[in-house]
Ligand binder design. Structure first.
Ligand code: BEZ
Length: 211
C-alpha cells in the first residue's frame, strides 16, 4: 500500500553524490525532506536542484536536511552537477540519491506507471524527527515545484507540532493562527495568554504563539 501521512518513513541505504546514505541515521533527530525528480540532464529538474541549493540555508535554519533522488546512476548525477552550478549559479550542496535499482523509488511509491512507467514523478515527503511522514505532495514531470511553498509548509508543520494551533489558508510565518477546535475556551485562555479573537465558536484566531 502507498505511504500515507503518519506512517513511518521507510529506512534505506543508497548511494548518493555525498556517499552512501543510511536515511534514518542521516536525518538524525532533525526533520527531513526527500524529493524525487524524473531524470538527469532535463531542464525543469536542473532549475529545481539549483533552487534547493540556493535555499539550503533556509532548510538548515529549520533543522531540516534535504535529500534529492533520481533513478539515474551516480556517474550521471556527478556529470550533471557541473551543469547545475554553471546554469543556476548554485552548486549541488545536498545529497542526490542514485536509484537505478528503483529501491527507494519503489519504497516511496515515486513511480506512477500511468504517468510514466520508468521515471519518478516529482514527489515530496516531509519527515518529522519521529521519522513519521508529515506531508506528501506529488507534481507531474512538467511542473517545477515551488520550494518557497515547501518552506512555508515546513513552518506550519513545525509550529503545529508544538502548539495547539492550525494555520489558515495562505498562512505565512508571522501571521495569525487558528486555535484547534479540541481546545476549550477555558483552556485557550491559559494556552494563549496574549488572547484570541472568537469569530465563531469554532473559528478562533491568535497571534503566532512562538514569536
Ligand atoms: C524536466 O525536468 O524538464 C522534465 C523531466 C522529465 C519530463 C519532462 C520534463
Amino acid at each position: 500500500m502507498a505511504l500515507q501521512l503518519g506512517d513511518t518513513a521507510p529506512d534505506f541505504e543508497q548511494d548518493s553524490t555525498e556517499g552512501k546514505i543510511k536515511f534514518h541515521e542521516y536525518l538524525g533527530n532533525g526533520w527531513g525532506i526527500l524529493f524525487s525528480h524524473p531524470k538527469d540532464f532535463t531542464p525543469v529538474c536542473t532549475t529545481e536542484l539549483g533552487e534547493v541549493a540556493r535555499l539550503k540555508p533556509e532548510f538548515e535554519k529549520r533543522n531540516t536536511k534535504v535529500v534529492g533522488l533520481s533513478v539515474d546512476p551516480l556517474a550521471d548525477h556527478k556529470a550533471w552537477a557541473g551543469d547545475i552550478k554553471e546554469t543556476q549559479g548554485h552548486a549541488l550542496n545536498f545529497p542526490l540519491l542514485a536509484d537505478p535499482d528503483r529501491k527507494v523509488s519503489n519504497l516511496y511509491n515515486m513511480i506512477h506507471p500511468n504517468a510514466n512507467d520508468t521515471l519518478t514523478v516529482r514527489s515530496v515527503f516531509v519527515i518529522g524527527p519521529d521519522k513519521k511522514v508529515k506531508l506528501i505532495i506529488t507534481y507531474p514531470a512538467s511542473t517545477g515545484r515551488n520550494f518557497e511553498e515547501i518552506l512555508r509548509v515546513l513552518d506550519s508543520l513545525q509550529l503545529t507540532a508544538n502548539y495547539k494551533v492550525a494555520t489558515p489558508v495562505n498562512w505565512k510565518h508571522g501571521e495569525d493562527c487558528i486555535i484547534v477546535p479540541a481546545v476549550s475556551d477555558a483552556d485557550a485562555d491559559k494556552l494563549f495568554p496574549k488572547g484570541y479573537k472568537k469569530i465563531k465558536p469554532y473559528l478562533r484566531t491568535t497571534k503566532q504563539p512562538n514569536l
